[in-house]
Design a protein. Structure first.
Lengths: 355, 412
C-alpha cells in the first residue's frame, strides 16, 4: 500500500500499476473481512472472495454506508466520522476514519491536486458565500468540500454575499488588486460557478481577465444538464467571461476521500496511481470495455478503517482508455454521465406521498 | 360547500357541471340506492363490454381481467353472493363514497368505483396525478357511457377528480363523505386520515401489505407442469415490478433440506426462463436496488447465500429462523428463499401484514386446518401460482360489497 502512495501519482503504466493495486486491494479485502463482521457476511453470502485480478475485488454498493455501520476500527480508534449530505430520503453515509486513513487521505489529495495547481498555496477565490462553512446542516457537503480545498490556497476570499448569493464585485476587485499578476486558484461547486459567477457576470456585462487562474470545480452536472449546459459550453463560458484558461472538474465521493478523479487538459477524468475505476454492466455486473456505458465502480487503496476500498457507485460512466491520454498522464481515463435515473414508483403504494 | 374558495381541483370526468364545489355538492345530494339497482348494474356491464370491444384497452391484460370480472354474468353471481345477514334485512348503499386511487396500479380505482357503484353509492374518485395511458383510455369510455341517455341516472353518481396533494381539498371532500376508501399504503392512509370524517361515516383502508409463496418441494419435483407453475409465479412477481402488495417477495419450501434445495434450483432456473419476458422492463436502478438489497440482507443476517446470476432473478437464501417480515423490498425480481419441514412451522411468519400466499402442493384443507388451529395473525388470500394479482370483491379480508353498504334490520 505504501508503494502506490509514494510513486508519481500519474506515473505508472497498467503493467506497473496492476500488480501493486491488486495486491493492496486483496490485502484490504482480507483485512476488512477480519475486522468488519457485516462486510465478511456480505462476502460469504457470495461464496467468499478470491482476488486474482482487479476485476475480482469484491465491491459493495455505496448506499450500504447509509444503511449500515461498516467500520473496521473501534470507536476509540475512530478520529473522524465523515458524513455525506443526504440526498432524497435523508439518509447520510457515515464513514469512520482512523488516524492512518485520515492522514493518508490528506496526503493523497495533496499529491493529486499539486499535479494540477502546483506546489504553492495560491491566493484562493471561493465561489460561495462565507456562511456555507458555518452552516453545518444545510450545506454540509459543500462546506466540507470548501474546507478540504482551502488547504491548497491562502487569502481565502468568498465571492458571494451571505444574504442573497449575489456576486460581491467590491470583494473581487480588492482581491484582484492584492494579487495582481499572480496565479490564483478559483474553487466552487459546478452549479455555483455557473449560476453565481458566470451568469452573474454576464448579467452585469463585466468581463474578468483571470488568465493566470486555474478553476477547480466539482459537485456534478445534473442541474447544468437540466439547463442544457455541457462541459464544453461550461469551459467556453468560463474562458469568455472570466478569462480562465485552465478548468478542472473532479469526481469524488465521501466514501473515498483522497481518491478524487480530476479532469485533465484533454477533458478526461484520471485515476491516480492509488485508485482505479471499472465500469460494469448493471445486472450481470460484468466489467465493460472502453466505450461502453455502465455503472462506475471505484477502487482505492486508502480506506484502511472501513470496507470502502471497492465501491459500486450509482453513477453511469464510460471508460475512455488507459495510459493513452494526450495530456501525458498514465492510468485509466473516463467520463461520468451522472446518477442512474430513479425508477417510477410502481405497485400499490404512495397514493399520497408521491401523487 | 363552505369556504369553497379555499378548495380547487380539476374535474376529470364530470356530468354535473364545471364548478368543482357545485359538482361535489350535486353528488352528495344523490340518494343511496339498493345494491345492484338495474341502472347501475347495466352501466357497469356496458362499460365492461366497451373495454372488451376496445382494441387499445384489450392490449392490457389487466383491463381484460377487469372487464371479464365485471361482465353481465359475473355481476349476477356477485349480486347473488350479497345477502343481508338477518332475515328480512335490507341492504342499501351508504351515500357518498370518496375513493383515493393508488398511483400505479391503474385498474384498482376501477374496481373500487364499480363495486361502490354496484353497492348503491355515489362516488367521487381522486386520481393520482401520475396516471398512465390505460387510465385515459378507460376514462374516455366511462365518459362516453355517462353521455349515453340510457345511463343518465348515473350522471350524479360518478365524479372523477384530480388534485395535487392538498390537506384542504381532502378535508373538504372528506367532510361530505359517508364512506372513504383509501388505497395506496401506510403513508396514504396516514395522510388522508388526518382529515376527519363525519361521525357516521367510515373508512375502508388498504395499508401496506406483503405477500409470499409456499411451495411443497416434493409436489413441485413431481409436477408434470413445473414450467406452468414457474410461469404463473413469474406473472405474480414481475408484473408491477414486484411492487404490488400481492407480489410474492418470499418463497418458502416445504420439505427436507435435500428436496427443498433440488426443487429450488429447478424452480429458479424455470423462473429465469420465464422472466426473460420482463427483462426489458427492468431498469438500471432496479439492478442496483437488488444489489443493495442482497448485500444489506447478507449483512443483517447469519447464513445468507446470494445467487443472482445475470441479475434477472435474484435468489437470497436465508435460514427460516432468520426470516422476518419483508416489509421493505427492492422489487424487480428478488426472492428471499427459505425452507420449513412442515406447514405448521410457518405459523410465526404468517403475521398481520401478510396478504397473499401463492400456494402450490398444499391442499386447501391443510391451509384451513392451519388457519383455524394455529395462532396465525395474517393471510387474507391463498391462491394458486398465477392468480396473486387477480382482484377479487373480497380483498384484504373484507367483502367489499358488504363494506360499501349498510344493513337495515327489519324485525317486525
Amino acid at each position: 500500500m505504501t508503494a502506490l502512495t509514494e510513486v508519481p501519482v500519474y506515473g505508472l503504466s497498467r503493467d506497473e500499476k496492476r500488480p501493486l493495486l491488486v495486491e493492496a486491494l486483496a490485502a484490504l479485502t482480507r483485512r476488512h473481512a477480519e475486522r468488519c463482521a457485516p462486510y465478511r457476511k456480505i462476502l460469504d453470502a457470495r461464496g467468499g472472495a478470491e482476488v486474482k485480478s482487479l476485476e475480482d475485488v469484491p465491491f459493495i454498493p455505496a448506499r450500504l454506508f447509509k444503511t449500515h455501520d461498516l467500520s473496521s476500527v473501534s470507536a476509540e480508534e475512530t478520529v473522524k466520522l465523515l458524513t455525506s449530505s443526504g440526498t432524497t430520503g435523508g439518509q447520510v453515509s457515515r464513514i469512520a476514519l482512523d488516524k492512518a486513513t485520515a492522514s493518508e487521505q490528506t496526503r493523497a489529495l495533496v499529491r493529486i491536486m499539486q499535479n494540477f495547481i502546483g506546489k504553492d498555496r495560491l491566493p484562493m477565490l471561493i465561489v460561495d458565500h462565507p456562511g456555507v462553512i458555518q452552516n453545518r446542516d444545510a450545506f454540509s457537503a459543500r462546506g466540507a468540500g470548501i474546507r478540504g480545498m482551502s488547504t491548497f490556497g491562502r487569502d481565502h476570499t468568498y465571492l458571494l454575499r451571505d444574504a442573497d448569493m449575489s456576486l460581491d464585485l467590491a470583494v473581487l476587485d480588492a482581491f484582484l488588486e492584492r494579487n495582481a499578476g499572480r496565479p490564483v486558484l478559483v474553487f466552487g461547486f459546478t452549479f455555483m460557478v455557473w449560476e453565481y459567477l458566470v451568469q452573474a457576470l454576464r448579467r452585469t456585462g463585466r468581463r474578468l481577465d483571470l488568465g493566470q487562474a486555474v478553476l477547480v470545480h466539482s459537485g456534478g452536472w445534473k442541474k447544468l444538464v437540466d439547463r442544457r449546459v455541457d462541459n464544453a459550453t461550461f469551459k467556453a463560458a468560463v474562458k469568455e467571461v472570466c478569462g480562465i484558461p485552465r478548468v478542472h472538474d473532479f469526481y469524488g465521493m465521501v466514501e473515498q476521500v483522497g481518491s478524487v478523479f480530476v479532469e485533465c487538459e484533454e477533458g478526461c477524468l484520471h485515476a491516480p496511481a492509488h485508485a482505479d475505476v471499472i465500469v460494469r454492466e448493471p445486472g450481470s455486473w460484468a466489467p465493460l470495455p472502453v466505450g461502453e456505458t455502465g455503472v462506475i465502480q471505484v477502487l482505492s487503496v486508502l480506506p484502511g478503517s472501513y470496507p470502502g476500498h471497492s465501491i459500486l457507485t450509482e453513477d453511469l460512466g464510460v471508460l475512455l482508455g488507459e495510459d493513452d491520454c494526450g495530456c501525458g498522464r498514465k492510468g485509466r481515463r473516463f467520463r461520468v454521465f451522472g446518477r442512474i435515473a430513479q425508477a417510477e414508483a410502481r405497485g400499490c403504494s404512495d397514493t399520497h406521498a408521491a401523487a | 360547500m363552505a369556504e369553497a374558495d379555499l378548495v380547487s381541483f380539476e374535474l376529470v370526468v364530470s356530468r354535473v357541471g364545471d364548478d368543482p364545489a357545485a359538482a361535489v355538492d350535486a353528488l352528495s345530494r344523490a340518494p343511496a340506492w339498493p345494491p345492484f339497482r338495474a341502472e347501475a348494474a347495466a352501466f357497469v356491464a356496458a362499460l365492461s363490454a366497451d373495454i372488451m370491444r376496445s382494441p387499445q384497452a384489450r392490449q392490457h391484460p389487466e383491463m381484460i381481467a377487469f372487464a371479464y370480472r365485471m361482465r353481465r354474468q359475473a355481476l349476477l353471481e356477485l349480486q347473488a353472493s350479497l345477502q343481508p345477514s338477518g332475515t328480512g334485512g335490507v341492504l342499501r348503499g351508504r351515500g357518498l363514497a370518496l375513493h383515493f386511487a393508488p398511483a400505479n396500479v391503474d385498474t384498482i380505482f376501477l374496481y373500487s368505483l364499480m363495486l361502490s357503484l354496484l353497492a348503491g353509492n355515489a362516488n367521487v374518485v381522486r386520481l393520482s396525478s401520475r396516471t398512465g395511458e390505460q387510465v385515459s383510455l378507460v376514462l374516455d369510455l366511462l365518459a362516453a357511457r355517462l353521455d349515453d341517455p340510457a345511463y343518465a341516472a348515473l350522471r350524479d353518481r360518478v365524479l372523477i377528480v384530480r388534485y395535487e396533494h392538498s390537506d384542504a381539498v381532502t378535508a373538504r371532500l372528506s367532510a361530505l363523505a359517508d364512506l372513504r376508501v383509501v388505497w395506496g399504503g401506510d403513508n396514504a392512509v396516514a395522510a388522508i386520515r388526518r382529515a376527519p370524517l363525519r361521525p357516521l361515516a367510515r373508512d375502508v383502508v388498504f395499508p401496506d401489505r406483503w405477500s409470499m409463496a409456499v411451495l411443497d418441494a416434493h409436489s413441485f419435483l413431481a409436477a408434470n407442469d413445473p414450467g406452468d407453475i414457474a410461469r404463473g409465479f413469474v406473472n405474480d412477481a414481475y408484473w408491477f415490478g414486484q411492487m404490488a402488495c400481492s407480489s410474492p417477495r418470499l418463497v418458502v419450501w416445504l420439505g427436507d433440506d435435500r428436496q427443498a434445495e433440488a426443487a429450488a434450483d429447478r424452480f429458479y432456473a424455470l423462473v429465469h426462463e420465464h422472466a426473460e419476458r420482463f427483462r426489458a422492463e427492468l431498469q438500471q436502478i432496479d439492478y442496483v436496488n437488488k444489489r443493495v438489497f442482497e448485500d444489506g440482507t447478507a449483512a443483517d443476517h447469519a447464513g445468507v447465500r446470494v445467487s443472482a446470476g445475470d441479475g434477472l432473478v435474484s435468489r437470497i437464501d436465508l435460514p427460516f429462523d432468520e426470516l422476518g417480515e419483508p416489509e421493505s423490498h427492492c422489487g424487480g425480481g428478488a426472492f428471499v428463499n427459505s425452507r420449513v419441514e412442515r406447514l405448521e412451522d410457518l405459523a410465526p411468519l404468517l403475521a398481520r401484514k401478510l396478504q397473499t400466499v401463492v400456494s402450490f402442493g398444499v391442499p386447501g384443507d391443510a391451509w384451513r386446518r392451519l388457519l383455524s388451529e394455529q395462532p396465525v395473525g395474517g393471510v387474507d388470500r391463498i391462491v394458486a401460482p398465477g392468480a396473486a394479482l387477480d382482484f377479487n370483491a373480497v380483498w384484504d379480508g373484507m367483502n367489499l360489497l358488504r363494506e360499501f353498504t349498510r344493513e337495515t334490520t327489519v324485525a317486525v
